[in-house]
Design a protein around this ligand. Structure first.
Ligand code: SAM
Length: 225
């Protein structure tokens, strides 16, 4: 068995502990406080997050997307494969080192998505963008954590709270879509999405896509007005 090699570590801004990047042969792992946040061998649900959104917004002439959480770049790469040349994608990433790793050892995993000219990286808390932008996006994709129950940092709870959902609703264009990734279902969060005014669909997806694996949850919520 090849041992894991530590490639780098980074403090999570806002008191969320430490992120660590490991490699074992061709496999990469990002861990937060010893719990695995991402593994390069399973990204079916991260791809599905982009696929479900792009199906919903297909036909929009100049689609503009906000992706919260770069991770290993799989959601971003899947969106870029499905979007046309007129699309633009803002990626908000809280941990600057993640961006450096995605330009370095992780770059080839998802096919160098940061080199795509449709992409703009914003090294910031995605909450900051949601708090300030109005009717700016056709879709907002949130995969910043393990889901509404959080893992990376406590401040992320705001994103899943009613004020956070109100901000996401306001940041979307009419007919726009908020998509949220989660390790599992969460009844209270589904209810909050509906109370915010979204038309909500809850989709179960597989961690390894067609190859199976565990089940994850994605909420696809449409701003109908
Ligand atoms: C599970 S990973 C995302 C995986 C990604 N969907 C992919 O396909 O690789 C979560 C990412 O969100 C970032 N993150 C956590 N909280 C954030 C926040 N509030 N704003 C922006 N990025 C955040 C983490 O640093 C990490 O890069």
């Amino acid at each position: 068995m090849i041992p894991w090699e530590l490639l780098g570590s980074a403090k999570v801004p806002g008191g969320g502990g430490e992120l660590r990047l490991y490699r074992r042969g061709k496999e990469f792992s990002v861990r937060v406080n010893r719990t695995e946040l991402m593994n390069s061998s399973a990204h079916g649900s991260e791809d599905a997050l982009a696929g479900l959104v792009c199906t919903k917004i297909s036909g929009r002439p100049l689609p503009r997307l906000l992706i919260g959480g770069l991770g290993m770049g799989y959601t971003l790469a899947a969106a870029l494969r499905l979007l046309g040349p007129n699309a633009s994608v803002v990626v908000a990433e809280l941990v600057p080192e993640l961006v450096v790793w995605n330009r370095g050892p992780l770059a080839a995993l998802a096919g160098h998505p940061l080199e795509d000219t449709r992409v703009k990286v914003c090294e910031a808390d995605v909450a900051r963008l949601l708090r300030t932008e109005r009717t700016a996006y056709d879709a907002i994709l949130l995969d910043v954590d393990n889901g509404p129950e959080g893992l990376t940092r406590q401040d992320n709870d705001w994103l899943y709270s009613r004020p956070g959902l109100d901000a996401a609703f306001a940041a979307l264009r009419p007919g726009g879509v908020l998509a949220v990734w989660s390790a599992g279902p969460n009844t209270a969060f589904s209810r909050r999405l509906k109370q915010t005014g979204f038309k909500v669909e809850e989709v179960r997806v597989r961690a390894r896509g067609p190859r199976g694996g565990g089940h994850h949850t994605i909420w696809i919520s449409e701003r109908v007005s």
